[in-house]
Design a protein. Structure first.
Length: 268
């Protein structure tokens, strides 16, 4: 059966599914943001596991995790070994998300990102410059900052999604999610996300949690983007700046209701 198109009802259903099933998300992620990522997953209703060393990462991915996140923000040699040890193309792999942080100009992460794309992640989530670099239509942004917007890379995102047989989620002022055919835009969020270290990394982890319960990568990625962005709007309304925003985001994710999604979601 073909999953229904993404809409507000789908976002609410996936939020409820994450909270009910509490998926165990293995995070091979940026060492700068690991604590924040774990706390965001807990607030969203999922369970984090920061298992990224060779000898353990592959066992955990295939035998315990409901989903996995690979974030290339700080790809030190030991973590790269742990990532490569997993063997993402194995039939026993759960859904997994690739976050190609700052790919393009930096050689280690760029080479690893292309290796991982070839194994078919369920979702690739990044900013527009990262997606362009990964698709071969750009050279990357300014560090972790994008110099492009999501609609600048819609064709690249569609091509990349078709190549992996999954979904590509592009973060920006209006988030864009595509499976190569359908394109979903989510016009929610707040600029304070860019003032907090780990905002994008945490979204990658939430996307993995949603991919674990969703009927398709597109619906999982779009639902994650919608819920996370609306939580950011509610957090910003109660915060005085970046410091309090980070704390309020955890509270907002934890307290978010179906009514919040129904009232605030801007999906097209």
């Amino acid at each position: 059966m073909t999953p229904a198109p993404f809409d507000i009802a789908a976002a609410i259903a996936q939020m409820d599914a994450v909270r009910t099933r509490q998926p165990l998300v293995q995070c091979l992620t940026n060492s700068v943001t690991v604590g924040f990522v774990a706390n965001v997953l807990l607030a969203a209703g999922a369970t984090p596991a920061m298992v990224d060393s060779a000898g353990e990462s592959e066992v955990f991915a295939r035998e315990a995790a409901d989903a996995a996140l690979v974030n290339l923000g700080t790809p030190h040699p030991a973590q790269c070994e742990g990532i490569r040890a997993i063997g993402f193309s194995a039939p026993s792999m759960p859904p997994w998300v690739l976050d190609p942080v700052a790919v393009g100009a930096l050689p280690v992460r760029t080479e690893l990102a292309h290796e991982l794309v070839a194994t078919g992640p369920s979702v690739i989530r990044g900013n527009a410059s990262e997606i362009a670099a990964l698709a071969g239509t750009g050279t990357g942004g300014r560090g972790v900052d994008s110099v492009l917007g999501p609609d600048d890379v819609v064709d690249a995102a569609r091509t990349l999604a078709s190549r992996i047989g999954g979904a590509v989620a592009v973060s920006g002022e209006v988030d864009l999610v595509t499976d190569g055919e359908t394109v979903v835009r989510i016009a929610n969020g707040h600029p304070l996300f860019t003032a907090v270290t780990g905002g994008g990394c945490a979204l990658g982890a939430v996307t993995a949690a949603y991919a674990a319960v969703a009927p398709s990568p597109l619906i999982g990625a779009a639902a994650a983007a919608t819920v996370y962005a609306i939580a950011g709007e509610k957090a910003a309304a109660r915060s005085a700046g970046p410091g309090s925003f980070a704390v309020e985001l955890l509270d907002a994710l934890h307290a978010l209701t179906p009514a919040d999604i129904a009232q605030k979601a801007v999906i097209s």
